[in-house]
Write a protein that binds this ligand. Sequence first.
Ligand SMILES: Cc1cc2nc3c(=O)[nH]c(=O)nc-3n(C[C@H](O)[C@H](O)[C@H](O)COP(=O)(O)OP(=O)(O)OC[C@H]3O[C@@H](n4cnc5c(N)ncnc54)[C@H](O)[C@@H]3O)c2cc1C
Length: 443
Amino acid sequence: MSFPAESKTDRPPIPTGGFKGCDLPPVVTDKPPRVLIAGAGLGGLFLGILLENSGIPYEIFERSAEIRPLGSIMCLSPNILPAFEQLGLLDELMSFSKPSRGGTMLTDKLKLVGKAIAAPTDLIGYDRILLARPELYTMLFSNIPKEKIRMSKKVLSFQQNHEGVMLRFSDNTTIHGDILVGADGAHSAVRQHLYKTLGKQGLLPDSDTKEMCKGYISLVGTTDALDPEKYPGVLEEDSESYFVVGDKNTPYTVGVAEVADEQFKSSDWIPQQNQKMMDSIRHFKTPYGTLGDLFDVTPIERVSKVGAGAVNAMQDAVLLANHLYDIYPTSFENIKRAFSSYKDERFDAIKDQYPQSYMSAKLIYGHTLSERIVRHVVFNWLPKGIQHRQFLKDTAYRPQANFLPQAPKRGSLEVIPQRPSIRIPKEEGETRELKKQGIVVPL
Ligand SMILES: Cc1cc2nc3c(=O)[nH]c(=O)nc-3n(C[C@H](O)[C@H](O)[C@H](O)COP(=O)(O)OP(=O)(O)OC[C@H]3O[C@@H](n4cnc5c(N)ncnc54)[C@H](O)[C@@H]3O)c2cc1C
């Protein structure tokens, strides 16, 4: 049940010249829409893999010249693991991940604040897992045919009309497609350009004119292989995670406030700036020595400053791929309808998560007195039953690709049902009808 795969030979290359006017009637075609993806981050790559499996033609444009193994620890929850399983990537993912069945919260003097305990796997079906971002990135990157990822292609702007979209790059080239997906990160050029256009037309909602909430700055990196004598945890089957949180008198708070503006004006990968921040915090204690001990086994090129949000980016990709798959035949109206139903399906889930992730960030990283009191109450006094219920609620949302066989049901938890495809039952009905008439339908 997929569009015929497209090869380089059955379609001429996309023209790179100008952009046609919009006074022609809109094009309707039974070919699937050509999708242009800006940004080869985790979201863009995941969408690419999904489209690869759906037969929808796509290309990914990434501003960096090469892939860099950046980032550090990353947590993937049961909310996205069924989609990995559908794509046949779960076993490989698990080969470099470790289950995370809890976490320990300590003060900067290494005094216990509390412990978080995960819900049982037989109920949830999947473990929450911890992994190194570079390994996940490499796995996703290697699952996309090389010719579909174009490096050194920095998107500057785009134009769109009833016939499609034209992307303009910093090397003065352009490319045409039917749909553009901005997966170019927190400072998205696609979004900025769209907002500028909507602003000029007076269509930009007020809430989108506000400065982005900067939250907390994370300095992340991946160490070389650690010595098991000093870090016995590396030999364990489960992961061990510690959060060491300072108070407002510790340099954590000072450092964060100072670096915040610098970070948002600059690129993620400026080793000198990262080195400055690392030098100021290397004396911080960890259960295994100081942060400096970890910095000493971490090449500076592998350190970067970033936020989180991978699970959301990948869930976006799953649902977007479902709605792109439902576009048939390809026309301006059907593309508009697909985006509108994508928004209907996704918006409320994201809106619910926003206050929740704001609260969790405060709970995990907050330094003020009130944040520390709330943390103490939640980790020590909040009845386990309430924590458990919240955890079940959080893990019940698990979008899957409609156009692939569903992942087997794991765990006893009832998962929130998702919208079915509108295209698949229609095509199945047509196929049944043709078969009844004795017409053989090619697979
Ligand atoms: C280097 C890096 C390290 C990270 N490390 C961690 C981590 O350790 N832990 C964690 O939880 N999260 C980490 N994250 C965050 C997490 O990966 C993302 O927030 C999340 O995956 C959202 O993904 P995304 O695809 O929307 O955006 P991103 O992952 O930010 O990817 C955006 C991509 O778009 C590219 N891009 C930006 N502008 C343009 C443009 N104009 N034209 C073309 N391409 C463009 C960027 O180079 C990047 O490859 C990291 C992100 C990055 C970029």
